[in-house]
Design a protein around this ligand. Structure first.
Ligand SMILES: *Cc1c(COP(=O)(O)O)cnc(C)c1O
Length: 374
């Protein structure tokens, strides 16, 4: 029994015919750059998300950078983001000369903590980047209120929660990533909607922003060889778009399969006193990009070692807060610390989760976790 964090092979085998035909079609047409599949996937994705514009690009990190360029954020501007996230969220700010203002997260939902955020506001604060971590949406209604009050742009980092639904207090339901000014996502293979290489996209309901984003992703040109602004070269490969077109049709089914796995872990692990199973946010559905436990009493690293000896993979997302990364020292004063982020970095562990439910594998993982705590 070979256990994987993500079983992409098992998933591929079920859609092999459709995927292979899509890829072969690109090759037969030699339409490698901006071939028909790119536009087709874009439109399918717009329909799925119920958003006016999807602009495909080369990867999720580029999407974030292009979003910040399109909003004309300037060197010295301050952008609020969680300190408990993947590096890309804040890395692109640094590259553009923007200053990441790293804030704490909620210890149960792992999403950006909104209480006490006011104290970070300065005349230079221009945007907030909530990260929909592990597969559920941050509290977008509150974030929109906060942003409106302080005149901030909202860029959603939705690399981990594609397909999740956020419900507003008036009952309106929107897909995560389509709620702020711009949403960004990644199609990295292991993401919930992953292609077979790199890929990403931006989402927006704003026509002007969509034009600007498209221009920036294409060397700052609308008309070929006439460059209005400095841009970059960030395209979704046609072959990747062909794969995504097929996989998008299965995305809801994949989210359901991930939930089935998460429910099974929940049922079987909830009673272990040293473990806290992931809390589900009240106003968001969960698509379980990661199934992340908190392990109490300093036992996390030992648990990971034990699982490793049994050939059960696990991951620590993330072992180090952003503000402790060497690359980010220029943005914080010495000794800067956020208590929840700090604690989570020492307690979280993510277990294998993907779309291929296998009772035998899950029972083995669960029994070994129980053995460890006995
Ligand atoms: C994966 C990820 C990204 C970056 O996506 P790439 O396609 O790898 O560039 C950004 N933010 C978060 C939260 C991610 O998980």
């Amino acid at each position: 029994m070979k256990i994987q964090m993500v079983d992409l092979k098992g998933q591929y085998e079920k859609i092999k015919n459709e995927v292979d035909a899509g890829i072969q079609n690109c090759i037969d047409n030699t339409a490698f750059i901006n071939g028909p599949a790119v536009k087709e996937f874009q439109q399918d994705f717009e329909n799925y998300l119920n958003v006016k514009h999807v602009i495909p690009c080369a990867n999720g990190t580029d999407a974030l950078q292009i979003a910040m360029m399109a909003l004309e954020l300037k060197p010295g501007d301050e952008i609020i983001c969680p300190a408990f996230t993947y590096v890309a969220t804040a890395e692109v700010m640094g590259l553009l000369g923007l200053k990441p203002i790293m804030v704490d997260v909620d210890e149960n939902t792992f999403e950006i903590e909104l209480n006490g955020l006011e104290k970070y506001i300065t005349p230079n604060t221009k945007a907030i980047v909530p990260v929909h971590l592990y597969g559920q949406s941050a509290d977008m209604e509150k974030i929109l209120e906060f942003a409106k009050k302080h005149n901030l742009f909202v860029i959603e980092d939705n690399a981990q929660a594609i397909g999740s639904d956020y419900t507003f207090s008036d009952g309106t339901i929107r897909k995560s990533g389509t709620i702020g000014h711009i949403g960004c996502t990644s199609f990295f293979p292991s993401k919930n909607l992953g292609c077979y290489g790199d890929g990403g996209a931006l989402m927006t309901n704003d026509d002007d922003l969509a034009l600007k984003i498209r221009m920036i992703a294409n060397h700052g040109q609308q008309k070929k060889y006439y460059h209005k602004v400095l841009g970059c070269n960030s395209r979704l490969d046609t072959i990747q778009a062909a794969v995504l077109k097929v996989k998008l049709q299965h995305l809801d089914e994949y989210s359901a399969a991930r939930n089935k796995m998460a429910d099974y872990y929940d049922e079987n692990l909830a009673k272990i006193s040293d473990i806290q199973i992931p809390e589900r946010a009240k106003n968001s559905t969960h698509v379980f990009h990661q199934y992340t436990l908190k392990v109490k009493n300093g036992k996390r690293d030992e648990l990971q070692k034990y699982l490793g000896e049994k050939n059960i993979p696990s991951m620590i997302y993330y072992p180090l807060p952003l503000y402790k990364q060497e690359a980010f020292q220029q943005y914080v004063e010495e000794g800067f610390s956020l208590p929840v982020t700090e604690k989570l970095c020492s307690e979280v562990i993510s277990l294998p989760i993907h779309t291929e439910f296998d009772q035998e594998v899950l029972d083995f993982i669960i029994s070994e976790i129980k053995n460890f705590f006995n």
